[in-house]
Design a protein around this ligand. Structure first.
Ligand code: IMP
Length: 187
């Protein structure tokens, strides 16, 4: 089966594309922005996006909506992560957290998958960690240089992609997605 991944984020496509291929599926990249409604949850954004996309592309579609949730900021930037990254970026988050001791945070990823004439399915993954006091590392994308996953002394941006995929929110969501594919498409 060929899975079409809809995202304009090249970092996401690199990570997701590698995980899909590793499992023996074909992957197509559709670099299109779907309308993201203003919503309080990643799940709502994904469900609305899938509905809109299925009208346009009648094929197995996968989307990923994810975000960084910082405890001391009441979960900000959360569903606004893409906007916040493109406006204040990692430096802005570090400034907001200057002098703050509680640096706990988590990433969440909501994957949505839909096939023609079938219902949409959602797969959620999270990854806990802390926000560093400075940016470190060049790998990955987005807020990777300021996120230190639990059990590591390095930021996501210091870890090779296969290591990140193994412990990340996206990797966790993918494990569930592949379990679903295995049972739905026993070939
Ligand atoms: P969206 O899913 O396109 O709404 O955007 C999610 C935003 O959250 C991205 O633009 C990144 O800034 C951030 N983000 C999501 N996942 C990751 C990740 O794995 N590493 C770093 N930043 C991420």
């Amino acid at each position: 089966m060929k899975i079409s991944l809809v995202t304009t984020n090249r970092g996401k496509f690199a990570e997701i594309g590698a995980m899909i291929r590793e499992k023996g599926y074909e992957v197509e990249h559709i670099p299109v922005a779907y309308p993201e409604m203003q919503a309080e949850s990643l799940e709502m954004v994904v469900l609305q996006g899938l509905e809109w996309l299925m009208e346009k592309y009648n094929r197995p579609l996968l989307v990923d909506d994810s975000g960084l949730f910082v405890d001391c900021l009441g979960g900000f930037p959360g569903v606004y992560s893409a906007y916040v990254y493109h406006t204040i970026g990692c430096d802005g988050i570090l400034s907001l957290m200057q002098g703050i001791q509680n640096r706990e945070a988590h990433f969440a990823c909501c994957l949505g998958f839909i096939e023609p004439s079938k219902e949409a399915h959602l797969f959620i993954g999270t990854s806990n960690g802390t926000i560093s006091t400075k940016k470190i590392g060049d790998e990955g994308f987005g807020f990777d240089p300021i996120f230190v996953p639990v059990g590591y002394d390095n930021t996501f941006a210091e870890l090779p992609m296969d290591v990140k995929n193994n412990i990340s929110h996206r990797g966790a969501a993918f494990k569930k997605f592949f379990e679903y594919l295995k049972t739905e498409h026993q070939e």
